[in-house]
Design a binder for this molecule. Structure first.
Ligand code: EPZ
Length: 433
């Protein structure tokens, strides 16, 4: 397995371009199952999760053509399967996003239960309950969600928990249902708005995406369209925190600062000077050490859970102490024990981490456990003295495009160490005779 070797090398300095949002591109790709028409999608990030989603769509019958860097054209004239197999779904939970589109377009779907992951049990009961309310017959057999319908119908669905992909799945399914669907207590993330904009360009009739109550009027069919994925607000936030943790000055281009208000406020509280325009944002720590800041994760527009690990890493080397409370996932502090190997003073009390900043973290061998935890380890390594070797960085490759290239451009001392494939067992030659 590849590793990342990072040596603390002083403040990051310079500018990088932000890629398209992984968590917008994944539902938009799934949405192309809803039409036989060609959907041209731009600003798609080059990530493992995207490759996995494309593979999944192709097994289902979608034609996918590369139309240029970060641009795909897809179309699903017919399905030659409605089965999303376990070996694909287990590598990427977001595969669940094909469930709603398959049901709406083809009246049937067999999607492997995604199972849990490092950060939590990640149930999909809300997806299933919502689709049942829209008239789908759904059973769970041999680890698969088996669903069929003679035609989805509009329904009023109230989420008892805010779910991002739950909202996305039901919104996609509702576009082809007969009648009107109302989603209450819906997720409000920018990626939901981006998906709704793409669906409306395809002929859907969705109102109030981005608010807690979304209204979808079903239509008979959807057509092809063009859409450009919004910038990745979590990649943006991750680079801002990396600059803050190293006392640097970094400008991020091709991004959308307006999607990061709470994160920007927290970084200002940590002592950063931040300026921004429509599609760029610049942080300047003026060489100063960050002050530790307390955060509580919650659904958008509150502080994003996907930025939690990055702020634990920032606080670990900051001045003072702070609390980081995780309210979304039940096990999202796996990075804490890895940071403790680097000298971090972190005490976990239930869903809260109490972090007392130390003057200098020390490089050490650590292990990535999930996507954003690995981003937190990278940030700590950039600020630490000495070398940090991060193992299992396939987690990182799922959600950050060319991260070592972008960080190196900012002056980081970072290189990918190819993992040694286990050498074939060389058996000692047997003496003959
Ligand atoms: C999306 O995951 C994101 N993934 C996650 O980003 C993100 O952390 C999460 O939303 C929260 O913002 C994608 O968009 C592909 P949820 P999702 O459904 O939709 C519970 C990353 O790092 N729940 O909003 O799976 C669930 O257990 C990833 O890019 C149910 O109980 O998250 C959790 O506690 C990690 N039943 C809470 O709701 C359900 O049916 C929020 O989960 C669904 C969810």
């Amino acid at each position: 397995m590849d590793k990342l070797s990072i040596r603390g090398n002083g403040p990051l300095n310079g500018e990088v371009r932000i890629s398209g949002a992984k968590n917008a591109a994944l539902p938009v790709l799934a949405a192309t199952l809803l039409t036989a028409g060609a959907v041209r999608i731009g600003n798609i990030p080059r990530l493992r999760d995207i490759t996995t989603m494309v593979e999944l769509l192709q097994t289902l019958g979608t034609q996918v053509e590369v139309a240029g860097r970060g641009e795909l054209v897809t179309g699903t004239r017919h399905s030659h399967s409605v089965r999303a197999p376990y070996q694909l779904v287990k590598t990427m939970r977001a595969s669940i996003l094909v469930l709603g589109p398959l049901l709406a377009r083809f009246g049937a779907a067999e999607v492997s239960l995604p199972g849990g992951c490092a950060i939590g049990s990640r149930p999909v009961n809300l997806h299933i309950q919502g689709l049942k309310a829209m008239g789908a017959a759904i059973t769970i057999e041999d680890g698969y969600i088996k669903a069929h319908t003679t035609g989805l119908r509009g329904a009023r669905i109230v989420f008892d928990l805010v779910s991002v992909t739950g909202t996305e799945n039901l919104m996609m399914a509702a576009t082809l249902a007969s009648g009107t669907t109302v989603l209450e207590n819906a997720a409000r993330e920018p990626e939901i708005v981006d998906l709704a904009n793409c669906l409306n360009a395809m002929g859907a009739r969705i109102r109030n995406a981005g608010q807690a109550t979304i209204v979808i009027e079903g239509v008979h069919e959807l057509h092809g369209a063009q859409h450009r994925i919004i910038p990745d607000r979590i990649e943006t936030g991750t680079f801002l925190v990396a600059a803050a943790a190293t006392g640097g000055r970094v400008r991020l281009l091709d991004t959308a600062p307006a999607l990061l208000d709470v994160v920007v406020d927290k970084l200002r509280e940590a002592g950063a000077t931040i300026r921004s325009g429509a599609d760029w944002i610049e942080i300047d720590m003026q060489g100063r050490r960050a002050r530790a800041v307390s955060v509580v994760t919650a659904p958008y527009p509150a502080f994003p859970t996907d930025m939690q690990a990055q702020f634990v890493a920032l606080n670990a080397g900051a001045e003072g102490f702070a609390t980081v409370k995780e309210t979304i996932f039940e096990n999202r502090f796996m990075h804490a024990q890895e940071l403790q190997r680097m000298g971090a003073d972190i005490e976990l009390q239930g869903n809260t981490a109490i972090v007392r900043g130390i003057a200098k973290l020390r490089g050490a061998p650590v292990m990535a456990t999930d996507l954003r935890a690995s981003a937190g380890l990278v940030i700590a390594a950039l600020a630490a003295d000495g070398e940090t070797l991060i193992d299992r960085i396939y987690h990182l490759d799922r959600g950050y495009e060319s991260i070592e290239t972008k960080l190196a451009r900012l002056g980081a001392d970072i290189r990918r160490v190819p993992g040694r494939t286990p050498s074939a067992q060389v058996h000692p030659a047997r003496k003959i005779g």
